[in-house]
Design a protein around this ligand. Structure first.
Ligand SMILES: [Zn+2]
Length: 146
């Protein structure tokens, strides 16, 4: 088969086209990745929260079915995104492990917090929190040393 349109399309142009065509899908995907990664660069030791970009762990041009898979995206700051340019494959495994772990953490957060705050607030009136004392009576002040 012959695809005249694609023949003259550079990868960069393809990427631009894709982002326009699928912009809504792309934005949803991007938002999910950012949420899962806590809006922080996932580079080991980096805590950058601004200027974030989403890196496709596996090049989407070669893995069309993964393009909007949240496990194929990872949050990186601009600096680290650029630092892996042309070395993407080297980081596939590390990044994949990172996003799987992040997803587990996200599921835990969602599962445990449920409806959030509102649940118990206001139900117990004004009673202050009762901290049980440890058995064995009060512990006296530290013995005078010397
Ligand atoms: Zn970074």
């Amino acid at each position: 088969m012959y695809f005249p349109l694609i023949k003259h399309t550079t990868p960069k142009r393809l990427r631009q086209l894709e982002r326009n065509v699928g912009s809504m899908k792309y934005r949803v995907w991007r938002a999910k990745v950012l949420e899962r990664d806590d809006n922080t660069c996932q580079w080991s030791g980096c805590t950058q929260k601004e200027g974030l970009e989403i890196h496709h762990i596996k090049r989407w041009a070669n893995n069309l079915h993964l393009r909007y898979n949240v496990f194929n995206g990872i949050t990186l700051c601009k600096e680290h995104h650029q630092s892996i340019f042309n070395r993407e494959a080297t980081y596939e495994v590390v990044f994949l492990k990172t996003v799987i772990r992040n997803d587990e953490l996200l599921q835990q957060r969602k599962g445990k917090s449920g409806t959030d705050v509102q649940d118990t607030k206001g139900l117990k009136g004004e009673s202050s929190v009762d901290i049980p004392k440890p058995p064995g009576g009060d512990i006296q002040g530290s013995p005078a040393s010397g």
